[in-house]
Design a protein around this ligand. Structure first.
Ligand code: NAD
Length: 481
């Protein structure tokens, strides 16, 4: 069985405590690898290596850093199929999705930031004829990068690429549930010729390896993507050390369908936004609100399309819904289905473990795509992030009511609005408490735009120059004239 090691100072090394954790393939329930159960000693070694590498890396010309990052992108591309398969096996997601989304995006993340640094500008401010101010943007040092299990390679590269493009070195801590593509990426980063110590990968649980990073005095910035509760713990440890922190957290995203929407498009895309990656995307629309005149027709079509989704072995190219990431996570999601019933909701479809799965995946953590109606919006199922293939549907009577319902949670990550009325679209978009609003689409991502959450969905923005701003310190130089 494959045993993963940490990647420190350009070498694969066993964890200091010598302990390993099983890594399970969610579609089968079988152990597919062992990963280091790293602790503070490993994080210390990685931070020391990253600190040593920093002085030379920050002085490496942008053109050279760019060339090396582009080389990583090429190597990811050359290993496309292997990475897609590994991501699917490790997380339970359909391999078709990994091919369509995860791996292409990892390539793009490196290309995007490799070229962005060749076009970076800075600002100057003239103080009348008395002084010239200009802004220097300088890397900070060792960046701590912590990522979740739902989009493992996609989100890890979304952090590593801008961090090192900007001249920082880094210690990355991928999710202990999905370490496989991070391990492969570490090897490709070495092969690309990125100098030892610039990128280090430490595997292990959040409570030991993750917290050792957030509370490490020599790590001045933390980019974290994960759950809101964990985000609070990151803040608790990083706060007293005055680290720069970016938090991309959970969501309970509304999807508003107005009566004048293109119904066919709205249904087709709402199926994607509800159930892609088994609903395990922070941007999934888990609360569907439909204007009353079309509620019945929308629901009929939506339920019919939900029942047609192909659930099965993630490695089969035709599979549309794979396995949830772990047994514990499926239990949590099933707990919410039971709670929906207790709270007075009706399960219109799904809610069960699928029967008739292919032999290979009978022991996997599957759950049918589930639609719940009839819940009051104050109920826990409508308020808490479920992060699974469960969507609620609720009718609304007016734009004002739709906005109030959409904004009625502590989250504010993303929202979708379906209407053909341009003015209504702009008005509703402006009123939604949400970091991203999609109009007549979902998950259309331009890497230049600011990305992040309002309220308990996060702090700070990433994307384009926002990422480069986060991974640099702005310094004002004031020259008297
Ligand atoms: P999680 O918070 O459990 O774990 C995320 C990462 O943090 C993992 O690497 C984990 O090991 C680590 N971690 C856990 N405890 C830690 C601690 N005390 N200190 C430091 N690190 C710690 O989240 P998850 O279950 O892996 O991912 C699902 C969550 O991520 C969902 O809430 C989802 O909405 C969110 N998410 C948000 C975005 C976004 O862009 N806003 C994107 C993807 C996922």
């Amino acid at each position: 069985m494959k045993r993963l090691l940490n990647f420190i100072d350009g070498q694969f090394r066993p964890p200091a405590p010598g302990r390993y954790l099983p890594n399970v393939e969610p579609a089968t329930g079988r152990v597919m690898a062992e990963i280091p159960e790293s602790g503070p000693e490993d994080v210390d070694a990685a931070v020391a290596a990253a600190s040593r590498a920093f002085e030379a890396w920050r002085k490496t010309p942008a053109e050279e850093r760019s060339r090396l990052l582009l080389r990583v992108a090429e190597l990811i591309e050359a290993n496309f199929e292997d990475l897609a398969r590994l991501e699917s096996e490790d997380s339970g997601k359909p391999v078709a999705l990994a091919r369509r989304m995860d791996v292409p995006r990892a390539i793009l993340n490196f290309r995007f930031f490799a070229t962005a640094i060749l076009h970076a500008e800075t600002s100057a401010h003239m103080t009348d004829d008395r002084a010239l101010n200009y802004t220097l943007r300088q890397p900070l040092g060792v960046a701590g990068l912590i990522s979740p299990w739902n989009l493992p390679l996609y989100l890890l590269t979304w952090k590593i690429a801008p961090a090192i493009a900007a001249g920082n070195t880094c210690v990355a801590k991928p999710s202990e549930l999905t370490p496989m593509t991070a391990d492969r990426l570490a090897a490709l980063i070495g092969e690309a010729g990125i100098p030892p110590g610039v990128v280090n990968v430490v595997h292990g649980p959040g409570a030991s390896a993750g917290r050792a990073l957030t509370s490490h005095p020599k790590v001045p910035l933390i980019s974290f993507t994960g759950g809101t509760k964990t985000g609070a713990d990151v803040m608790t440890h990083a706060g007293p050390l005055f680290k720069k922190v970016s938090l991309e957290l959970g969501g309970k995203n509304p999807n508003l369908v107005f009566a004048d929407a293109d119904l066919e498009q709205a249904v087709a895309t709402s199926i994607q936004s509800s159930f892609s990656n088994q609903g395990e995307i922070c941007l999934c629309g888990s609360r569907l609100f439909v204007e009353k005149p079309i509620y019945d027709e929308f629901l009929d079509r939506f339920l019919a399309a939900t029942r047609k989704l192909r659930i099965g072995d993630p490695l089969e190219p035709a599979t549309e819904v794979g396995a949830l990431v772990s047994d514990a996570h499926r239990n949590k999601v099933e707990g919410y289905v039971a709670l929906a019933r207790e709270e007075g909701g009706r399960i219109l479809t799904g809610g069960k473990r699928p029967a008739d799965l292919p032999e290979r995946v009978r022991g996997g953590y599957f759950l049918e795509p589930t639609v719940v109606a009839g819940l009051d919006c104050s109920r826990r199922v409508m308020q808490e992030e479920i992060f699974g293939p469960v969507v609620t549907v609720t009718p609304f009577a007016s734009p004002e009511e739709a906005i109030a319902l959409a904004n009625g949670t502590r989250y504010g990550l993303s929202a979708s609005v379906w209407t053909r009325d341009l003015q209504k679209a702009h008005r509703v978009a402006a009123a939604l408490e949400s970091g991203t609003v999609w109009v007549n689409t979902w998950l259309l991502r331009d890497l230049r735009v600011p990305f992040g959450g309002m309220k308990e969905s996060g702090v700070g923005r990433e994307g384009g120059f926002e990422s480069l701003a986060f991974f640099t310190e702005a310094k004002n130089v004031c020259v008297k004239l």
